[in-house]
Design a protein around this ligand. Structure first.
Ligand code: HEC
Ligand code: HEC
Length: 353
């Protein structure tokens, strides 16, 4: 090879590496030989116990490892184009940053914003409308949803059976080589139930731990938050897990909770989302209509519509919304940013294996 061609080759290679680094492009192939990590589900000291629906001895290292690989593996889709992580990305607390609504198989546009995934062991129902009653079934929903992974359970299982790497992974996790849909859902659920976020600066502040310091604005924001927001966004999960209508529209476009309960009073009600890691999960609301936290606060202060099913909390004494000056809004946002859990967002156990 001529020296010139060699140098050109080296420069091209360096450019490629710089490009990949600059655009944060990660390999999409999973490492089936990833190391197993020792881990155990533990309840953070400032959290309540998860409900009886969650078995705290459910996770094993081999089950978690399998679930982690499955979560990132595009092999679950018919044409290897999409995985759970295509929509649920670790750096945005497993939500889909900057997408209003989800985008699935063959660019299919969904109708709802991809929720963040963490502290799911405390949840009793799943999805914005709570229509899924079992944790395992949220993965089932994602695999067969024509606008998400768009496969069938049988199709996904077939693809895993045909992929030699999974034989050992299933054997290690479940004691035999059988690959079936129950095990597939079980492993994904094991991975997701370990996604516990409880080490934000707020948590350290509450637990009097090192680094748990608030500025004056954050302290005042916390006081305001407790007065105005915590009736619904209840600590420490920052949700009371109820369904509420926040007056986003005069007439709700998405029926929300009603599509599951068929109760007229539930039209336009959505699950109160947690506000943990809210700084990194924009855009906001079930349809991703608000780009920033400022927009959300403006809604609560001036934008609440007199929807027939508007929540009591947002129509005190006949006035719509919450009384919030712009300085109040600013302080509340400062407080909300203390809920970002960097340890969770960068936890190597949850990244692509
Ligand atoms: C195309 C994007 C997309 C893909 C791919 C996807 N999801 Fe989701 N996920 C969503 C959306 C959107 C919702 C909310 C749907 C709703 O409320 O109707 C959701 C909801 C969930 C929930 C419920 C969360 C909650 O707080 O109630 C879980 C759990 C979940 N997904 C796990 C998975 C798993 C596991 C996979 C892979 C097997 C996956 N998702 C693949 C977009 C996606
Ligand atoms: C009446 C109960 C209620 C009160 C009070 C309330 N919220 Fe909410 N909040 C909700 C519900 C329900 C949603 C989801 C609405 C939707 O998507 O349709 C939500 C959504 C949000 C979101 C977007 C979350 C996401 O993941 O998209 C933020 C941010 C938020 N609220 C902050 C606040 C703040 C700050 C306050 C106090 C100033 C507050 N909320 C008061 C019920 C409430």
């Amino acid at each position: 090879m001529k020296a010139k061609t060699k140098i050109f080759g080296i420069i091209a290679f360096i450019n490629l590496v710089l490009f990949l680094v600059a655009y944060n492009i990660r390999p999409i192939k999973v490492n089936y030989d990833a190391k197993e990590v020792q881990l155990k589900f533990t309840v953070p000291p400032n959290f309540p116990q998860p409900g009886s629906q969650y078995d705290q001895h459910f996770v094993t290292p081999a089950g978690f490892k399998l679930g982690r690989i499955l979560f990132y593996d595009r092999a679950l889709s018919i044409d290897n184009s999409i995985s759970c992580a295509s929509c649920h990305q670790s750096f945005s607390a497993f939500s889909d940053q900057n997408k209003h609504v989800s985008q699935g198989f063959k660019q299919c546009s969904g109708t709802r914003n991809t929720p963040a995934l963490f502290n799911l062991a405390w949840q009793k129902e799943f999805m914005w409308d709570g229509r899924v009653k079992l944790f395992q079934l949220s993965s089932h929903n994602a695999i067969i949803n024509p606008c998400e992974i768009a496969n069938s359970m049988a199709g996904a299982v077939e693809k895993l059976r045909a992929n030699g790497h999974y034989t050992d992974l299933f054997r290690n996790a479940y004691g035999s080589v059988d690959i079936d849909s129950a095990r597939l859902l079980n492993a994904l659920t094991q991975f997701m139930s370990m996604l516990v976020s409880a080490n934000s600066r707020y948590d350290k502040y509450r637990r009097y731990e090192q680094g748990g310091v608030f500025t004056t604005d954050e302290k005042n924001g916390y006081i305001l938050f407790r007065q105005k927001c915590s009736a619904c966004h209840k600590e420490p999960l920052f949700t009371d897990l109820s369904y509420r209508n926040t007056g986003l529209d005069l007439v709700s476009i998405d029926r929300g909770r009603d599509s599951s309960t068929h109760l007229a009073t539930d039209v336009g009600k959505f699950r109160v989302p947690s506000l943990r890691n809210i700084e990194v999960t924009a855009p906001y609301m079930h349809d991703g209509r608000f780009a920033t936290l400022e927009d959300v606060l403006t809604h609560y202060a001036n934008g609440v519509k007199r929807n027939t099913h508007l929540d009591e909390q947002l129509r005190h004494n006949g006035t719509l919304g919450l009384a919030l000056s712009s300085s109040d809004q600013h302080k509340i946002i400062a407080f909300l940013k203390t809920l970002t859990d960097k340890e969770f967002l960068t936890d190597v156990r949850f990244q692509i294996p």
